[in-house]
Design a protein around this ligand. Structure first.
Ligand SMILES: NC(=O)c1ccc[n+]([C@@H]2O[C@H](COP(=O)([O-])OP(=O)(O)OC[C@H]3O[C@@H](n4cnc5c(N)ncnc54)[C@H](O)[C@@H]3O)[C@@H](O)[C@H]2O)c1
Length: 471
């Protein structure tokens, strides 16, 4: 019989059950919101745009999503979702069938008659760490040619402070007596992996702008989609823009802090989970974002941290904490690679390492700035051969990690390996037949960078086990 190597103290699946239940209810619930008559155009059908467009359609609005990438737009119009996000595909298909959601590549032809335009194009890092606003600026220039008075532009992309002001100037210059187009800042806080749930259960909705009628319109559009009341923060554009960066830099700091704490716990033979769970009981601290791992990553925290540092420098503020967070994160990645090197006896050259988990966190296929990938690159640089498995990210991995042998199962990633390293906290890794995997390995050794498994059970199965900040 299969042994369940689940550590009851593991925090890895915290919250997932409620969210899964809620999403199942949403999908199966036939009594959908009645049409609101509000027309929304979402520009950018990437992660945020797609979740937003689908959520707004489910809430009763009539939504057009403009996506520049022809293939992506065609796939979405056919109901095909390339991203792994619980409930998204089902809700997308249901709203396509209800004719509440359409996809197009034609921005100019889609804007007319819309009440609200939501911009959700990407704002990646430039080489010097600033937010790259080229896609955003292109959209604003296109909109300037098409918009009419009465329409509201909403910025959902994460953009530096004063971007709304800049957008407003671009949109409104040369309007020759026509009424101004208001610009509302509406940063997005959804989490990949629970994005659909988060759309209907936001912790807060931030709406910034200086035109009270436009702000109220945006508030009403989102209020229609709420499964339960959420605090709505109405503020200026600049404060809304800053709230987003301040939040993400703070989250990155918490992760970097707990990871650094785990290194101290390692050195002092203290269980970091005992420390973090007691810390989390203090309402001034709270329990979230105190799970140890290989470091923060993903499409937001690293680039937003960079943009925050660059933005502060531009206004003459020399930061100490934010750059240190970046540095601490790099050290954590090194630490994980170092643990793998140590467990195989000090030299990774010609060692075969099985990697479990490539996405930047569980419940997503997203490998943008994935810490797993950063650790894999370190292992390869030390001369290791890497064979890897991820429950959702294999397609992205084929593109991003051609040097890695990709395996169809976790067991295959372990077969013949000198060590396995767990890099993403997929709950299914807790349910693997670890005794069987141990038998397939050249040496049963495991580095658990997420403290996902029970060291006792793994050791009982004959593994040499190293976690992070564990006794
Ligand atoms: N991913 C997240 O979890 C998350 C969470 C909160 C905020 N954000 C922010 O939201 C924004 C979007 O992030 P994302 O992850 O969805 O990015 P993404 O790269 O997945 O999606 C952006 C999409 O916009 C499309 N696009 C670019 N230019 C366009 C144009 N002119 N017309 C139409 N479509 C165009 C791209 O083809 C792409 O599909 C970013 O600013 C990001 O920082 C992301």
């Amino acid at each position: 019989m299969k042994d369940l190597s689940v550590d009851p103290a593991s925090q890895a699946v915290r919250g997932t059950l409620t969210e899964t239940a809620e999403i199942s209810w949403l999908i199966s619930h036939q009594n959908v919101a009645p049409p609101t008559g509000v027309k929304v155009c979402v520009i950018g059908g990437g992660f945020v745009g797609l979740v937003t467009a689908t959520g707004l359609a489910q809430a009763g609005h009539s939504v057009t999503c403009v996506e520049k990438d022809k293939q992506k737009a065609a796939d979405l119009a056919a109901g095909k979702v390339a991203i792994f996000e619980q409930g998204l595909s089902e809700l997308l298909q249901a709203n396509l069938q209800r004719d509440r959601l359409t996809f197009t590549t034609d921005l100019a032809g889609s804007v007319s008659g819309q009440d609200m335009i939501v911009i959700s194009v990407g704002t990646p890092s430039t080489d010097d760490g600033q937010a790259d606003l080229s896609a955003f600026t292109e959209v604003i220039r296109d909109l300037a040619r098409s918009l009419r008075s009465g329409q509201v532009v909403t910025i959902k992309s994460t953009v530096p402070v004063c971007t709304a002001l800049f957008a407003s100037q671009l949109l409104n210059e040369g309007r020759n007596g026509q009424g101004p187009i208001p610009v509302v800042s509406n940063p997005e806080f959804l989490r990949e992996g629970t994005a659909v749930y988060d759309f209907f259960h936001p912790r807060r909705i931030v709406v910034g702008g200086n035109d009270p009628i436009a702000v109220e319109k945006v508030v009403q559009v989102y209020r229609a989609g709420l499964s339960r009341p959420a605090p709505i923060v109405v503020t200026s554009n600049e404060t809304a823009e800053m709230i987003k960066y301040a939040s993400n830099v703070y989250l990155a700091m918490r992760i970097a802090y707990i990871n650094e704490l785990s290194a101290v716990c390692d050195a002092l033979d203290i269980e970091v989970a005992d420390v973090s769970s007691a810390m989390g009981l203090d309402p001034r601290i709270g329990p979230d974002y105190l799970d140890v791992g290989p470091g923060f990553g993903g499409s937001c925290l690293p680039k937003d941290l960079n943009a925050f540092v660059a933005g502060a420098q531009r206004v003459g503020v020399n930061l100490a904490i934010a750059p240190a967070v970046r540095e601490a994160n790099e050290r954590q990645l090194d630490r994980v690679a170092e643990k793998v090197r140590a467990i195989v006896g000090g030299d990774l050259k010609d060692m075969r390492i099985g990697v479990l988990g490539l996405s930047f966190k569980a419940q997503t296929q997203d490998m943008r700035d994935s810490p797993s990938m950063a650790v894999v690159l370190r292992l390869l640089a030390h001369g290791a051969t890497v064979q890897a498995f991820d429950p959702a990210a294999m397609e992205e991995a084929r593109r991003l990690l051609p040097q890695v042998r990709l395996c169809a199962t976790a067991a295959e990633a372990g077969a013949g390996a000198d060590a396995i390293v767990i890099l993403t906290e997929w709950p299914e890794f807790q349910l693997l037949d670890w005794a069987g995997i141990g038998r397939l390995m050249r040496s049963a050794r495991l580095v658990d960078s997420r403290n996902l498994l029970s060291p006792e059970i793994l050791r009982r199965h004959g593994f040499e086990y190293i976690g992070m900040g564990q006794k």
